[in-house]
Design a protein around this ligand. Structure first.
Ligand SMILES: C[S@@+](CC[C@H](N)C(=O)[O-])C[C@H]1O[C@@H](n2cnc3c(N)ncnc32)[C@H](O)[C@@H]1O
Ligand code: SF4
Ligand code: SF4
Length: 424
């Protein structure tokens, strides 16, 4: 067991970490004492001290398991950066019937000739085939624009079902009717329909998504009626962050899960939208702490990774973008993620090239920089769980990738809260 290389005391709790292995723990004073006993001596000496102090054996065993889980028994950093092609986003329509203020894809929609703005079904089929051949356990995320505007949307779903590939649909919910919900309910490989909704009433949803609340809720209710698995996915900004928990309970009440995402400013998005990340972290962590056992179970079985795993994600030394997550446009062009959809980040074309060569494109060398190779991050307790934050946001701010997330201080604050709790 290696010693810690960094320690700090926050709210009377001790955060310890090791740069070489990414081990990270938060101990109370008794645990810190136990840690010192176990780390500093050979097993016999430790056993003797523990016996003399009359510490219960099961307490020691439990503590050793915790140390193991939190990385103290390893000699080096684990090689655990996610599998290749875990999640592949495919844009099937660049058209949209909404005009959300923040939308990162909206500028494109406005520039396009509307007639050619759907993926050709044959191209979609080729993408699906290639993904399934490369990783049969991959998940396809059918997105847009609004994917349900695709004139052959149900055919696209059939292709995924026939190829037995797990998938999700990301939608604004406006086109979900009985026929669509009925077809979706019969799917074996549909894991989730993610419906975007930014509030629990007209006023809050309207700030960003226009006068669309009733239509979207009707789509959600129809999914519920047909027992289709769904999550509600608000994009959190200053105008709805106070409703975070209310929206979560609203989703659970309607029979769904919750997959919130945080607003990210893109150059063309509306300047009136903003997000105070510190406040967001506080509300996020508080809401997660307040979940009942039943709600927690419901949310975790409904694929609500963003909040449920916040406290357990470990060994994430770099962003999975460009390997475990890819984004494919309507011509089969592959990009690392939806926010890095520019020619300079084009990794290849999936119709013409293999995924094996696409995910080795040297463009990714800079993007997938490890946290321990970023000066500021290598000195941070949380480098093994943070991964350095959002690479697209880093690039937009600094024009390079080897810098910490622009919201780094809020992230650090949030991680400290997760580990040590709110000050009493
Ligand atoms: C681009 S939409 C496509 C699918 C569908 N039209 C919908 O609205 O869900 C996918 C998700 O991205 C979110 N989104 C769009 N622009 C964003 C931004 N600038 N920051 C964070 N999320 C954003 C939307 O709110 C939506 O939940
Ligand atoms: S519905 Fe989706 S794609 Fe359409 S403008 Fe809103 S966020 Fe963008
Ligand atoms: S981005 Fe900030 S919080 Fe995250 S690892 Fe780097 S320094 Fe730590």
């Amino acid at each position: 067991m290696l010693p810690y290389t960094k320690s700090s005391n926050i709210n009377n709790l001790n955060i310890l970490s090791n740069d070489e292995t990414g081990a990270l723990s938060c101990f109370n004073d008794f645990e810190l004492l136990l840690f010192h006993i176990l780390k500093g001596y050979d097993t016999c000496a430790s056993r003797e001290i523990i016996e003399n102090l009359q510490i219960d054996k099961t307490v020691v065993e439990k503590f050793i398991n915790k140390l193991n889980h939190e990385g103290w028994m390893r000699e080096s950093r684990p090689n655990n950066y996610g599998g290749a092609l875990d999640a592949v986003y495919v844009i099937v329509s660049e058209l949209c019937n909404y005009n959300c203020k923040y939308c990162y894809i909206q500028p494109k929609i406005n520039k396009r000739n509307q007639v050619t703005s759907y993926i050709e079904t044959s191209i979609f089929a080729k993408i699906v085939e290639k993904v399934a051949n490369f990783n049969p356990n991959a998940q396809i995320l059918v997105t847009g624009g609004e994917p349900l505007l695709h004139p052959e949307f149900l055919k696209l779903i059939e292709i995924l079902e026939n190829r037995k590939l797990n998938f999700q649909v990301l939608t604004n919910g406006s086109k979900i009717n009985d026929e669509i919900a009925d077809k979706l309910s019969a799917c074996n490989y549909l894991k989730n329909v993610q419906v975007s909704l930014d509030g629990t009433n007209d006023e809050t949803n309207e700030i960003t998504r226009g006068d669309t609340f009733a239509e979207t809720v009707s789509g959600v209710d129809t999914l519920h009626k047909y027992n289709v698995p769904f999550t509600i996915a608000p994009t959190i900004h200053d105008g709805n962050v106070h409703l975070f928990q209310e929206m979560m309970l609203y989703s659970v009440d309607k029979g769904g899960g919750y997959t919130p995402n945080n607003y990210r400013k893109i150059s063309d998005s509306d300047g009136s939208i903003s997000l105070d990340y510190k406040k967001f972290m506080e509300i996020l962590i508080d809401s997660e702490n307040n979940l009942s056992h039943k709600q927690r179970n419901r949310l975790s079985t409904r694929n609500s990774q963003s909040i449920i795993t916040l406290q357990s994600t470990r060994n994430l030394f770099c962003c999975g973008t460009g390997k475990s997550t890819l984004n494919i446009d309507m011509k089969g062009n592959v990009f690392p993620c939806h926010l890095l959809h520019e020619t300079m980040f084009l990794l290849g074309n999936v119709i013409e090239e293999s995924f094996a060569s696409i995910i080795c494109n040297p463009v990714l060398n800079d993007i997938r920089v490890h946290t321990y190779d970023i000066d500021e991050c290598s000195d941070c307790h949380f480098m093994s769980i943070c991964g350095g934050g959002c690479k697209a946001a880093v690039y937009k701010k600094y024009g390079r990738f080897d810098k910490p997330d622009p919201e780094c201080s809020a992230l650090k604050y949030g991680y400290e809260l997760i580990f040590t709790g709110f000050p009493k």
